[in-house]
Write a protein of this length. Structure first.
Length: 231
């Protein structure tokens, strides 16, 4: 065989090997939304959705992109009873510390698109004045009711503060209302400083709905209004 033919054979073999290696190589990991190998998220997905987007009609919250510290704490609180929910307590009691941490990290890494809820034609439309009141409570508070602004703790436009407070923007009206009522009724008492209890107790039912509707109108994690309310 000539020297030229030998070079061509070697070059062709090298390219073939390189192509084969690339074709069967695993795709690069983005590091986002990758389920930890020992975390079993299937039970969570049954209620919270495959992407942690939640289920508004059932007042089930979004988990996607929520602070891992917050999520891990909530699992501990469900277990010890400082936050009441029979389904969540049964689930949380079966978790080891490492499993709680891995599930929290997994959902914190997810992103799920958010859209305004679909409102039936025969349903009552959101009152623009209600959103105005909700925004006032969120950004300014209400001095006469001794209610401080939600954003003081939950960040600008309810975007959340890691290691401190969860995001509220993009959570459903149903979930936010249910939690404010839980603070009022004492079925949720996992705030060490009792700040949420003191705030919730000062809100009447109209204000509970108003501030819940306002935060639900914002895009999760971005604090932008999704749509102009219909009069």
């Amino acid at each position: 065989m000539s020297r030229v033919s030998t070079r061509r054979t070697v070059r062709t073999s090298g390219l073939l090997a390189l192509f084969t290696a690339c074709a069967f190589a695993a795709p690069p990991s983005t590091g986002v939304g990758t389920r930890p190998p020992t975390a079993n998220a299937a039970p969570c997905e049954a209620c919270h959705g495959a992407s942690g987007q939640g289920a508004p009609p059932a007042a089930i919250p979004r988990l996607a992109g929520q602070s891992a510290d917050y999520l891990e704490k909530q699992l501990r609180d469900y277990e010890n009873g400082s936050r009441e929910n029979p389904v969540m307590r049964n689930f949380a009691r079966g978790l080891r510390d490492s499993e709680r941490a891995q599930l929290a990290s997994y959902y914190a890494s997810l992103w799920a698109p958010h859209a305004p809820p679909v409102v039936p034609d025969n349903a009552l439309k959101v009152d623009p004045q209600q959103l105005v009141r909700g925004r006032q409570l969120a950004t300014e508070g209400a001095e006469s009711e001794r209610v401080q602004a939600c954003d003081n703790c939950h960040g600008p436009e309810g975007s959340g503060l890691p290691h401190s407070a969860p995001y509220l923007a993009g959570q459903s009206v149903e979930y936010l209302e249910s939690q404010l009522k839980a603070w009022q009724q004492g079925t949720r008492k996992n705030d060490a400083g009792k700040q949420m209890v003191s705030v919730a107790e000062q809100l009447n039912s109209a204000d509970v709905t108003a501030v819940s509707a306002y935060f639900a109108s914002l895009d999760a994690g971005q604090g932008k209004e999704l749509a102009t309310p219909v009069p």
